[in-house]
Design a binder for this molecule. Structure first.
Ligand SMILES: Cc1ncc(COP(=O)(O)O)c(C=O)c1O
Length: 173
């Protein structure tokens, strides 16, 4: 399908909350290059907003994903843990720049990670307030919406936000 055809389908079936100013649709990508549905080649400077640290489809990553799918697909680790979860936790714990022994919780998204960071901080300190930078973006769940520095469009139409968020100006305007 072409970019134009996909855009028409998107407008009809994808919820407005998942809006994008981009009317090009990714078809395939390798390393730092991406081709859209019309075959146009471009350099991918976004990388899924900074989450593809070694580019698209690195052969070792593809191999690891395939090996996992050949073994098992999903269990929900709180129901049935598995080796990959534990080994990744070990690896992250060894490289994370914090003092002392670190433990790891893997989350589905940035917003879920931040919501859980707030829960952990609240439980550990007994305090409820949080300081966030002006202009920062944290996500689309309720707490992260309140933490977003940019109120419009993230907080409009959704009623009261969690009220324990305080702002600090970012040091590099
Ligand atoms: C700095 C920052 N924090 C949090 C998030 C939220 O991540 P997610 O969309 O995975 O919930 C994003 C997403 O763009 C982000 O850029």
């Amino acid at each position: 399908m072409t970019n134009k055809e996909l855009q028409a389908l998107k407008e009809r079936y994808v919820a407005a909350g998942a809006a994008s100013p981009n009317e090009q649709f990714a078809d395939h990508a390798t390393n730092a290059e991406l081709w859209d549905a019309d075959g146009k080649r471009m350099i991918d400077f976004a990388g899924g907003i900074g989450v593809l640290n070694i580019g698209h489809r690195h052969p070792k990553v593809v191999e690891a994903v395939k090996a996992q799918l050949d073994k098992l697909m999903h269990t929900c680790q709180t129901v049935m843990p598995y080796e990959g979860y534990v080994k990744l936790a070990q690896k992250l714990s060894e490289v994370v720049p914090v003092k002392g022994h670190a433990k790891v919780l893997l989350a589905n998204s940035g917003a879920e990670a931040l919501e859980n960071a707030m829960k952990i901080a609240r439980a550990a300190t007994g305090k409820t307030n949080v300081i966030c930078f002006d202009g920062g973006y944290h996500g689309r769940t309720f707490y992260t919406m309140a933490m977003n520095g940019k109120a419009a469009p993230y907080q409009t139409d959704f009623g009261p936000m969690p009220g324990t968020v305080f702002r600090a100006p970012y040091p590099v305007p």
